[in-house]
Design a protein around this ligand. Structure first.
Ligand SMILES: [Zn+2]
Length: 294
């Protein structure tokens, strides 16, 4: 069993001045709702790191792990610049499928609670920012305004020739992709000619999904803003992500290390959970709403 020492928090004790510097060995973070709500009420700059777990509760597939295939491929086979160069038709079919699938999905109670909480914070002059690894846009669909998408967005495209990036919600994104992209493993149609794949309205260049693929760097401006938000926050919520995945892995442990509070909401504990002050286990659609809005 892993033990660690951390500072006692004020809740339940006479006062911070009497306990400063005191350490205590415990075996797990607190799941005390009242203590968490007290921290939440005090926080002025809240950062919320969200990941695949939040999307999964809306039925969004992650294309990772067992059963996570599209045709015979995992995301790691298709979400790379090399795959797009080799077979842009195949990669576009994969993203077209994912875009079309979104029409059948909706934000879940976790997305809605975060959006509602942001509105509350705004009214109180507090800052609440979502930093997400998810590309599905469900935070914005739920009403969140302040969202940094570390890995880009399913409904944005970027021109491979002129670099212009735009929002794009067209369905289908181009006529040639109509009816394509079915996940059936046995389907084999001839590739769509590159000229018929999504093209830039400005220069005619081939468009690609504006997502960060494996082996690519994050958008430096998005990363800078995320880093700044994390550096300035006094409370960090880790929601539906193990926070073991780079780059989120960089963020939460750093917040905890400088003594700011971190609370994790996950279906199971992770290697980092024991570094955090709070841990609430279960689907975040169930755990978050009463704690943020109750
Ligand atoms: Zn262009």
């Amino acid at each position: 069993m892993r033990h660690w020492a951390r500072r006692i928090r004020p809740g339940g004790f006479p006062g911070p001045s009497l306990i400063s510097g005191l350490t205590l060995t415990t075996t797990r973070p607190s799941s005390d709702s009242s203590a968490f709500k007290a921290q939440l009420a005090q926080a002025q700059n809240i950062v919320i790191l969200t990941g695949a777990g939040v999307s999964a509760e809306s039925g969004i597939p992650t294309f990772r792990g067992p059963g996570g295939l599209w045709r015979t491929y995992q995301a790691t086979d298709l979400a790379t610049p090399q795959a797009f160069q080799r077979d842009p038709s195949l990669v576009w079919e994969f993203y077209h499928y994912r875009r079309e699938l979104m029409a059948t999905k909706a934000p879940n109670p976790a997305h809605r609670a975060l959006a509602q909480f942001e509105t509350q914070c705004e009214g109180q002059g507090r800052s609440c920012r979502v930093i997400t690894q998810n590309i599905d846009g469900l935070h914005q669909a739920a009403g969140s305004q302040d969202v940094l998408e570390l890995h880009g967005a399913l409904f944005r495209v970027r021109c491979t020739a002129c670099g212009v990036e735009t929002a794009n919600h067209d369905s289908p994104i181009c006529p040639a992709l109509h009816g394509r992209g079915q996940p059936d493993a046995h389907r084999s149609e001839p590739p769509i000619p590159v000229a018929s794949l999504p093209r830039c309205v400005d220069c005619g260049g081939l468009l690609r999904p504006a997502v960060v693929w494996f082996g690519e760097n994050l958008n430096p401006e998005v990363f800078r803003r995320a880093h700044q938000a994390v550096d300035e926050c006094d409370l960090c919520l880790v929601v539906g992500t193990s926070a073991l995945v780079y780059p989120a892995a960089l963020f939460a442990p750093g917040v905890a290390a400088r003594g700011a509070e971190v609370a994790e909401f996950n279906i199971e504990p992770t290697a980092s959970t024991s570094d955090y002050g709070f841990y609430f286990e279960g689907p975040c659609g169930q755990t978050l709403p009463p704690l943020l809005l109750g």
